[in-house]
Write a protein that binds this ligand. Structure first.
Ligand code: SF4
Ligand code: SF4
Length: 199
């Protein structure tokens, strides 16, 4: 059993009125300080490379969509927001999505799809605003999701930098013995040589 000792009140707290005056003085002081309320949407939010807005599909410089319809983002999405139907192509990549929908009302902007994609085909944009007149209009199809790679460059470079940092980080000791060479320490050059590296 824990006995909580009641705090002794000071004289001003026992008199009550001085504490009211102290509280009101803080209120009045704050009334004349610089306001920090943002007048959104007149004052838009500052967008940086870290901003995780709605996901968008990357269109490469040659005009082709980067997605190969592997379905990993669909499987990784915890909100079941992504629906993909794949199809064959006569281009060297062989597959691309015939249908790629993201239900923006379901999307929780978690970024798992961005992390799961092996082809750098889907990234979180800095587009945050979402409004329309029907639920159906907020299920974005492939045409609404496409964005040129140049428009996504800042986020793509940021994610690549983060991935490089993880690739170069020392592995936790628990991985030693499972996939490191025999007798090698996780931080040893031999173990480092076996790690996948950024191309
Ligand atoms: S950001 Fe998250 S919730 Fe939204 S589509 Fe991607 S994986 Fe699904
Ligand atoms: S966006 Fe990436 S993870 Fe999703 S289907 Fe296309 S290639 Fe696969």
């Amino acid at each position: 059993m824990v006995i909580v000792k009641r705090k002794e009140l000071s004289l001003s707290e026992r008199l009550y009125v001085p504490e009211i005056v102290r509280g009101l003085s803080i209120t009045f002081r704050k009334m004349f300080e610089k306001k920090i309320t943002r007048q959104y949407p007149e004052e838009p939010l500052v967008k940086t490379e870290v901003t995780r807005g709605q996901p968008r599909l990357v269109v490469k410089d040659d005009g082709a969509i980067a997605c190969v319809s592997c379905g990993l983002c669909e499987a990784a999405c915890p909100a079941y927001a992504i629906t993909i139907d794949g199809g064959e192509t006569d281009r060297p990549i062989e597959r691309e999505p015939k249908r790629f929908d993201i239900d923006m009302l379901r999307c929780i902007l978690c970024g798992f799809c961005e992390e799961a994609c092996p082809k750098d085909a889907i990234f979180m944009s800095d587009e945050l605003e979402l409004a329309d007149y029907s639920r159906q209009a907020l299920v974005y199809d492939i045409e609404k999701l496409k964005r040129p790679a140049a428009a996504m460059r800042r986020r793509i470079e940021y994610v690549n930098r983060i991935n490089d940092r993880w690739r170069d980080a020392p592995r936790p000791p628990m991985l030693v013995g499972r996939d490191a060479p025999h007798g090698a320490h996780a931080h040893s050059p031999a173990a480092a040589a076996q790690r996948p590296h950024a191309s």
